[in-house]
Ligand binder design. Structure first.
Ligand code: ZN
Length: 70
């Protein structure tokens, strides 16, 4: 998993703090059904020297404004 060298302080898609970020240049699948750690993943398009990619920002339940009990 590639992690950007210069990750922003907050998620550029929703403005909330995030737990981790990863960059994906190919196809990928996200499945958060019943995920205990993460509530939301935001996607932000980026251009790289190798072409287009997505930065994926992972928000925990607390960072996404939900209860950890949900
Ligand atoms: Zn976000």
């Amino acid at each position: 998993m590639y992690v950007p060298d210069d990750p922003p302080e907050n998620c550029p898609a929703c403005g909330a703090p995030y737990a981790s970020v990863s960059r994906h240049a190919g196809g990928f699948m996200v499945n958060l059904i019943d995920n205990e750690r993460y509530r939301r993943v935001c996607f932000h398009p980026v251009g790289t020297s190798a072409g287009a990619a997505f930065d994926c920002f992972h928000h925990t339940h607390r960072q996404a404004g939900g209860s950890v009990d949900e």
